[in-house]
Design a protein around this ligand. Structure first.
Ligand code: HSE
Length: 431
């Protein structure tokens, strides 16, 4: 006999609507393949227009979270509201009532999974969040199940579709950052306020969640070095292309003998790297396991149905498993005391600098790098002088982040140079 499972959906935005449609459209398929009879028993949203659009039956429209959790037919609560206001209160209320929660909310999980998981454990219910990271790409289940045999030493990826779309348009169509972002907003990829995406916060939340799972220890987002794409120009992208690099906003997590290194920043990667061909709004995650070697997952990191695919897969997991799966790490608010984090990591760099167009400028710049212990791999002069200034692109060999920060400050304070862009090179430098 099929197992009956009732679902409540909180928030009927892009993801909530996709979840509703997926559950309704696939009802018979799940019944046949998983022997579960899943029905939507309650829907909660302030905006009633969505209810009409989706033709949601009047008798399942709830008026409050209390009404949702008091409904004995609701076994699983899906939270697709987003943010850490009402979403946090509603998820807490549902878990306290012993309802398993499935959420697509990365900020909530990144900042409060320790607190929510504690409540879930206490009330013998589950907390699942596949959809919180890279939308439809099933990276969490892959790390937890398919790759659990491995020690993961590295995870690197394009975790944000908006910025990948902007960088792709800049590279392929020569668009400015502003024009590419406007286009992304017009197409509905980018939010009216794109700060979370373009400044790397979105990727940072996802990296915190995924690296905690991959490295089996809490990686708080406060340990992640973050930088967005707002300072990138077409000049930088073109320069990288000439050297055989693609520019991507990468989220990078490494677990080395020195400790855990986690960072989000614009990065030049070699054109031959699998991540270099991930374009437009696509996301991808590249993982290195000690047994499996390299694995890459690729797909839609956002959007109604791709994200619903992850939400509903969690619903099915919860519906078909009696055991509850919690974190494989000690899920506390801070990192474990014995775990080291590397902040002064090593990287090769591309640095674009405006200098006075006079004899000796290049010598002064190379002098600063040399004093800071940084070895230069190549220097090229871009274009002709304007207003007595010329643009230099410097490629360095691998050096420490702190040495580079020191050199950049010295150049900016020198009066003869001003740093325009700094881009990490996740590879050997090329001349
Ligand atoms: N805003 C995100 C992106 C999707 O552009 O990839 C939701 O995490």
């Amino acid at each position: 006999m099929a197992k009956k499972i009732g679902v409540a959906i909180l928030g009927l935005g892009v993801v909530g609507s996709g979840t509703y449609k997926t559950l309704v459209d696939h009802h018979d398929f799940y019944l046949k393949t998983q022997q579960v009879d899943i029905t939507v028993e309650a829907v909660l949203d302030k905006d009633l227009t969505k209810m009409k659009e989706l033709e949601i039956p009047q008798d399942i429209i709830a008026k409050s979270i209390e009404e949702v959790v008091a409904n004995p037919n609701v076994d699983i609560v899906v939270e697709t509201i987003g943010g850490i206001g009402a979403a946090k209160d509603f998820v807490t209320t549902a878990l306290r009532e012993g309802k398993t929660v499935v959420t697509s909310n990365k900020e909530l999980i990144c900042k409060f999974s320790h607190e929510l998981e504690r409540i879930a454990k206490r009330n013998h219910c589950g907390l699942y969040y596949e959809a919180s990271c890279v939308g439809g790409v099933p990276i969490i289940r892959t790390l937890l199940d398919g790759l659990q045999a491995n020690t993961i030493s590295e995870m690197m990826g394009i975790f944000n579709g908006t910025t990948n779309y902007v960088l792709t348009k800049m590279a392929q169509e020569g668009k400015s950052y502003e024009a590419a972002l406007k286009e992304a907003q017009a197409l509905g990829f980018a939010e009216a306020d794109p700060t979370n995406d373009v400044e790397g916060f979105d990727s940072m939340f996802k990296l915190s969640i995924l690296s905690s799972i991959a490295f089996h220890t809490k990686v708080p987002y406060t340990k992640i070095s973050r930088e967005g794409i707002t300072k990138i120009t077409e000049t930088d992208i073109l320069f990288g292309e000439k050297l055989g690099y693609a520019l991507k906003l990468l989220a990078i997590g490494k677990n080395t003998d020195k400790g855990i290194e986690v960072r989000v920043h614009p990065t030049f990667i070699s054109n031959t790297h699998p991540l270099a061909s991930v374009n437009n709004s696509f996301n991808a995650v590249f993982v290195k396991g000690d047994a499996v070697g390299d694995v890459m997952l690729y797909g839609h990191g956002a959007g109604s149905l791709p994200t619903a695919s992850a939400v509903v897969s969690d619903v099915l997991f919860a519906a078909t498993h009696t055991d509850i799966k919690y974190s494989t790490f000690k899920n506390t608010s801070t990192a474990e005391n014995n775990v080291k984090f590397v902040s002064d990591f090593t990287s090769a760099y591309y640095v674009r600098i405006f200098v006075e167009d006079v004899t000796g400028s290049l010598a002064k710049i190379s002098g600063v790098f040399s004093k800071c212990g940084i070895s230069i791999c190549a220097v090229s002069q871009n274009g002709t002088a304007t207003d007595g200034k010329i643009e230099l692109a410097v490629i360095t060999y691998k050096t420490s982040e702190n040495a580079m920060k020191n050199a950049l400050a010295k150049i900016n304070n020198s009066g003869f140079g001003s740093v325009q862009t700094v881009i990490h090179i996740e590879d050997e430098p090329k001349a």
